[in-house]
Design a protein around this ligand. Structure first.
Ligand SMILES: [Zn+2]
Length: 483
């Protein structure tokens, strides 16, 4: 066995594909050289930034970059071109690209309690890069021929852009296996401790993620617990490492920086950014572009930067998408529809010029194939609104289409203008702070501060279990209506 493996590795080495893992020091099969890892990260970073958006707060970006760089310099691969960015995404998540590109969502930042937890999250993602999990995931993915891109996630199934993985866009969501997650947790705690951050921050993060998974589950977000390591289990796994690391310094010498960290979060946008449209129940509302529409009942809506998509909870071969059609000015809607669908490889079966709630549209039915060759049928509306053309389409396999058609049509018919007064009323929520008074409960605090999020979410936002009592005198995060 051993010989056979050695031969394989040498043979692969000759082709330049066997490399030493920087963390374990062991040689392993990997399709990617370090130069390729860096190149891939460089190529994909602009796509990630375009799709997710960079949160517009230079001070916060600099702060996260600063914490991240200290951790990266303490890792086994200090010389990668490390870059850290806060992305303008409300979901709770963090990602890594091969080559050292790390992203944390504003949703996850909002849920952290202190700088030691931030160090834990960034250290974990750095671990996916240093241990080459990200590169390996990419290798695995390309070798089965699925996509052109890679990312990894801290919190896999709450990913906001799962649909993007099926479109041509670069952001795929690769899943790390349980051992890789546990290894990254341990590496994250180690890098943080090396730089003086309390290694228990890693446990705090995992506990918070565990609580979010419970609340997310209740809302019908896909159940990632079925296929992924439970954060609770990960806490148990990392706690021995954390204890050993914590024992290396007197307790008082560890950095936690709670007050400094929370100060950075003051005014942080929380939940959807209405400038990019927002999801309310089954409705998608866009106050800037001034329209609304309703997706089919019970479908899960994902609001990506370049595309909104909706899918049924349990059916895989039907979905709806909404996106802008580029370069669509001047020509008739029918001509725009013909060229945009033809470019995407679709053949028109029929269609008509019409008006949807007073807005001009061309609604057609098309046949085509997905990238993997599956025959699909599409009901697509090209809608002209204020000089722009939007494409609202329902896509289903040929067999699913007959039963999905009515739902597609109802959504298309629900597209309607949003009046100015209503658009002006829609503002983002933001993080603020209050001090817990004697007798306060999470319920009482939620009500006293406007009730913008449920009491249980408020507790989780503050790193606490919903059945606890907020400690009197403590400064806690609250969600307030934006101006
Ligand atoms: Zn991870």
């Amino acid at each position: 066995m051993k010989n056979a493996l050695a031969v394989t590795c040498v043979a692969v080495l000759a082709a330049g594909a066997c490399a030493t893992n920087p963390v374990t020091g062991q040689r392993e099969y990997n399709l990617m050289s370090e130069a390729q890892e860096i190149q891939l990260g460089q190529d994909m970073d602009p796509q990630v930034r375009a799709e997710m958006g960079v949160y517009p707060d230079a001070g916060l970006q600099e702060y996260v970059q600063g914490v991240g760089m200290r951790l990266a310099k303490a890792s086994e691969r200090p010389d990668l071109p490390w870059r850290f960015a806060v992305v303008d995404v409300p979901a709770v998540n963090a990602f890594a690209l091969p080559g050292g590109y790390i992203y944390i969502t504003r949703g996850l930042l909002a849920h952290l309690d202190n700088e030691a937890e931030l160090a834990g999250v960034l250290g974990h993602e750095i671990g996916h890069v240093t241990a080459r999990h990200a590169a390996r995931a990419y290798t695995r993915q390309t070798s089965v021929g699925i996509g052109a891109a890679v990312t990894s996630i801290f919190f896999p199934e709450a990913a906001p852009y799962a649909a993007a993985a099926q479109t041509g866009l670069g952001v795929l969501f690769l899943k790390y296996d349980r051992n890789q997650e546990v290894q990254s947790d341990s590496l994250g705690a180690r890098y943080a401790a090396k730089e003086g951050w309390q290694p228990a921050g890693m446990e705090g993060v995992l506990e918070t993620l565990g609580r979010i998974s419970v609340t997310a589950d209740r809302r019908g977000v896909p159940n990632w617990l079925a296929t992924h390591p439970q954060p609770a289990d990960r806490v148990a796994k990392v706690s021995a490492d954390v204890e050993a690391l914590a024992a290396t310094r007197p307790a008082a010498e560890w950095t936690v920086n709670r007050d400094e960290y929370l100060k950075r979060l003051d005014g942080l946008m929380f939940g959807d950014n209405p400038r990019e449209g927002l999801v309310r129940g089954r409705e998608f509302i866009h106050p800037d572009m001034r329209f609304r529409l309703a997706f089919p009942e019970g479908w899960k809506i994902e609001n990506g930067k370049e595309q909104v998509s909706a899918r049924p909870a349990e059916i895989r071969d039907a979905m709806m998408t909404l996106e802008l059609v580029p370069d669509a000015q001047g020509s008739s809607l029918e001509a725009v529809a013909a060229s945009s669908m033809q470019k995407a490889g679709f053949t028109r079966l029929g269609g008509e010029n019409t008006r949807i709630n007073g807005i001009p549209a061309f609604v057609g039915v098309y046949d085509g194939r997905t990238k993997d060759g599956q025959a699909v049928r599409v009901r697509a509306a090209h809608i002209r609104l204020d000089g722009r053309v939007l494409l609202l389409a329902g896509i289903a396999s040929e067999t699913r289409y007959p039963q999905a058609e009515r739902a597609f049509d109802a959504s298309i018919r629900s597209f309607a203008p949003l009046d100015a007064a209503e658009a002006a009323r829609i503002k983002p929520n933001r993080l603020g702070f209050t001090t817990v008074r004697r007798g306060d409960t999470w319920q009482g605090l939620a009500e006293r501060t406007g009730g913008l999020i449920p009491a249980s979410d408020l507790a989780v936002l503050n790193g606490s279990a919903p059945d606890t009592t907020p400690p009197e005198g403590q400064r806690v995060k609250i969600v307030i209506a934006g101006e």
